[in-house]
Ligand binder design. Structure first.
Ligand SMILES: *Cc1c(COP(=O)(O)O)cnc(C)c1O
Length: 352
């Protein structure tokens, strides 16, 4: 990267994620309490669901979290200086000998997902690991019938985990997966057992085991409506106003002229677009706020910019900041995106 004399830092971003640290910590504590006798860990994969894992991990660690889950080995490497490597687990498991060597050298713990991974781990010397059992997802994990295999029986397993298919729904599948997970607990030696993701925590003590693995709910997502009173919004995307101008009656705004001004309007062009994860589904639907005022999106969202109606906010000027309406359950209902997509798509250009 170019080092410009006199500028030790990069230029200030014109869009940023306002992250409510107190709300993040309060959400982890609420989920830890709701986990009863079990302890809550944290899913921090995908850059902590887009929030910025290097910011999130120290806050959760401070709150008392001691188990962090990422998907990729690279994600673990990016966090291993922030928490005990033995507290970081890689859900994808070791795909090749390089991953196994990295685990052994760093102390990051693999989640073994198949007999092949169990053998690969054992042949390279083994050691403490986690084991994923498939109880119905049919995605990753050893099957119940494979648990008797000697490669599995010989493992030194810390967490025996499985993953719920539909924790946010009322379905018989939850109880069926819970029963299969209990069967697995009786079939293989392990130190701790874990089943529940965010939604699963609300299914009650049968689902808690020793460790729960919330992700979305930490970050303000609400997987089950009864959890809403416990959880606070954490993330608010904010963008700077690049330009303020007047649109005459009858003129159109943005690509493909989907908005026609019914009367002369004061509008603002803001520095956020679909390349930042503020997708075109927000065209004509999204709302921003400044000083409690309601500023609707006009016309199509572009790649790097969005135009908003400033009629209600005559005092907003270029350089001021506006905040997207982004409470996850509501934003999901309006946009048609999942609460997970709404977070994980937030792009690299945000200051975090
Ligand atoms: C992502 C993930 C979680 C967290 O799920 P949420 O629904 O976000 O709470 C937990 N466990 C596993 C195995 C995961 O992949």
């Amino acid at each position: 990267m170019l080092k410009v004399p006199g500028f030790p830092d990069l230029p200030t971003p014109a869009l940023r994620l306002d992250i409510d640290r107190d709300a993040l910590i309060a959400n982890w504590r609420a989920l830890n309490d709701l986990s009863g006798a079990a302890r809550a860990g944290a899913a921090v994969k995908a850059n902590a669901y887009g929030l910025g894992a290097r910011q999130v991990v120290p806050l959760l660690h401070e709150a008392g979290c001691r188990d962090f889950f990422v998907a990729h080995w690279r994600e673990a490497a990016e966090l291993a200086d922030l928490a005990d490597p033995a507290s970081i687990a890689v859900l994808h498991g070791p795909l090749n000998d390089g991953d196994v060597a990295f685990a052994h050298a760093s102390g990051v713990v693999p989640v073994l997902n198949s007999l092949a991974q169990a053998k690969r781990w054992a042949e390279a010397g083994g050691g403490r690991c986690h084991l994923m059992v498939d109880t119905g997802m049919n995605r990753l994990g050893v099957s119940l019938t494979e648990l008797g295999n000697e490669a599995v029986q010989a493992l030194d397993i810390d967490v025996l985990l499985s993953h719920l298919v539909s924790a946010e729904e009322e379905t018989d599948l939850n109880a069926r997966q819970c029963a299969r997970w209990n069967e697995a607990r009786g079939a293989v030696r392990h130190l701790r057992a874990s089943l529940a993701n965010s939604g699963g925590i609300a299914l009650g003590p049968d689902y808690h085991g020793d460790l729960t693995r919330p992700g979305i709910a930490l970050y303000g997502g609400v997987p089950r409506s009864e959890m809403a009173p416990l959880l606070r919004q954490v993330v608010r995307p904010q963008a700077a106003v690049l330009q303020v101008h007047e649109v005459p009656a009858g003129e159109t705004v943005g690509y493909n002229a989907t908005f026609v001004a019914p009367h002369a309007m004061r509008v603002g062009t803001i520095a956020i677009g679909y390349a930042d994860g503020y997708l075109r589904c927000w065209s004509g639907k999204g709302v921003f706020h400044a000083d409690g005022l309601h500023l609707p999106v006009l016309g199509r969202v572009s790649m790097d910019m969005t135009v908003i109606d400033l009629s209600a906010a005559p005092n907003i000027r270029e350089g001021d900041w506006v905040t997207a309406e982004y409470a996850l359950p509501d934003a999901a209902a309006v946009s048609g995106l999942s609460q997970y997509e709404l977070l994980t798509m937030l792009g690299r250009r945000f200051g975090r």
